[in-house]
Write a new protein. Structure first.
Length: 418
């Protein structure tokens, strides 16, 4: 009996995905529960497992965009082991995307933030300088899906390895007129397609630049009080709550104080309407090896410092391990990003549409500042607020930033609500 491997539903907002990687070759015998294929969506990746044991037949090669519900492979449950390994079908050049394949069901309902294709890293083709004659089809296709020796079944066509082994004289490189410097290697380039996540990031950032009237205002804040508070209570806080008292919980709380005073920064624009959100879902930007993601702390105003620290630590860890659910990446009303962890001194963060505000934190640096007529060395941080000028005027933006600054410089204001 043949079991169809279909693209699962990832939620109402996602209608298609990309076949990122097959984890089993075409014709392979797989066991129930084996990891078969990874699908990339706009926000994350999902693994499909084999629902039954059987022989895998791949219908859609890697790199292909597919709609939700599309059949991408078949598990032939009744195929006997005695038949031996299946011979891979001959593929057209446009299909030689990868020799690997896989199939099945969505793993545990979770999706991974990984939108890259790790298997593709094994053989990224390095393209030489322009050749005097066009390369054979087998060479041009290898830039789409590199093949390493022994890693792929025969396709019936000429592979890059075959071509280079039989006819090395067919490859020509443009030689420089001047002698190459001693010790210098060959000038090469590597071409690889963008992952779906990277394409989504690129599209959304370009959207933020083209569809919003983005403006950024800056301030600097004295971090002395927060640092002293953390140092004084860090040990007891960790002992009681099992998590360290970090900076982010202070900034989440300070941002909420500012949003309460200036609700336009917690709103969004839909057509000609302003949608005010009467809740505070704060997105926290997390950098992963696959790209930037923004998991959301829901109802942050109702949570304690310890709750916020625990949730951010959990979201960040699962983001780096590709275990975030799609729902955890959607619906934020305001975003905080911290470039200071990488040493950034100052930047202009880009909006995360449809949000109209984002706060950028930066590195803490000891600098001389004037305190009541005296020069003192204080730990200072630059803050950057980017906002959509269509909805927020400069006065409100500056006053919001001043409120955040006041709460950080005097953290007792957060507790007392003054």
């Amino acid at each position: 009996m043949a079991i169809e491997i279909r693209v699962p539903s990832f939620g109402e907002s996602i209608t298609e995905s990309t076949v990122a990687q097959w984890h089993k070759p075409d014709g392979a015998m797989v066991q129930k529960g084996d990891l078969l294929v990874t699908l990339d969506t706009e926000k994350s990746s999902a693994d499909l497992e084999a629902e039954v044991s059987g022989r895998l037949k791949i219908l859609v090669p890697e790199g292909t965009d597919v709609k939700v519900g599309a059949v991408i492979g078949i598990l032939e449950e009744s195929v006997a082991e005695a038949e031996g390994p299946a011979v891979a079908p001959k593929l057209e050049p446009s299909q030689v995307a990868s020799p690997e394949a896989a199939a099945g069901k969505l793993v545990s309902g979770e999706v991974r933030v990984d939108a890259s294709t790790p298997a593709a890293k094994a053989g990224d083709e390095q393209q030489k300088a322009p050749s005097a004659a066009p390369p054979p089809p087998s060479l041009t296709m290898s830039s789409q899906a590199p093949v390493t020796p022994g890693s792929a079944p025969s396709t019936g066509g000429t592979t890059r390895m075959d071509a280079s082994a039989r006819a090395p004289e067919k490859e020509f490189a443009v030689r420089p007129t001047a002698p190459a410097p001693q010790g210098g290697g060959e000038r090469t380039v590597t071409r690889k397609p963008m992952s779906r996540l990277r394409k989504t990031i690129a599209r959304r950032l370009l959207q933020a630049r083209q569809e919003t009237a983005m403006l950024t205002t800056f301030a600097e804040v004295d971090m002395s009080a927060v640092q002293a508070l953390r140092q004084r209570y860090q040990e007891s806080f960790l002992k009681r709550y099992g998590v360290k008292l970090g900076l982010m919980s202070f900034f989440v709380k300070a941002v909420i104080e500012g949003l309460r005073l200036f609700p336009e920064l917690n709103a969004s624009i839909e057509g000609d309407d302003i949608v005010y959100h009467n809740y505070y879902d704060i997105g926290v930007a997390v950098s992963t090896e696959r790209g930037l993601v923004v998991p959301v702390v829901r109802d942050a105003d109702r949570k304690s410092f310890a709750d916020i620290e625990r949730e951010i630590a959990d979201l960040a860890q699962r983001a780096r391990e590709n275990r975030l659910a799609l729902a955890e990446l959607e619906g934020g009303t305001f975003t905080i990003t911290n470039g200071g962890v990488f040493g950034s001194l100052l930047s202009t963060p880009l909006l995360n549409p449809p949000q109209v505000g984002i706060l950028g934190m930066h590195a803490i640096v000891d600098r001389p500042v004037a305190i009541e007529g005296r020069v003192e060395i204080r730990p200072m941080m630059y803050l950057a607020l980017s906002y959509d000028h269509r909805l927020i005027d400069g006065r409100e933006a500056v006053q919001f930033l001043v409120r955040v600054k006041e709460c950080i410089a005097n953290p007792e204001r957060i507790v007392l609500g003054i």
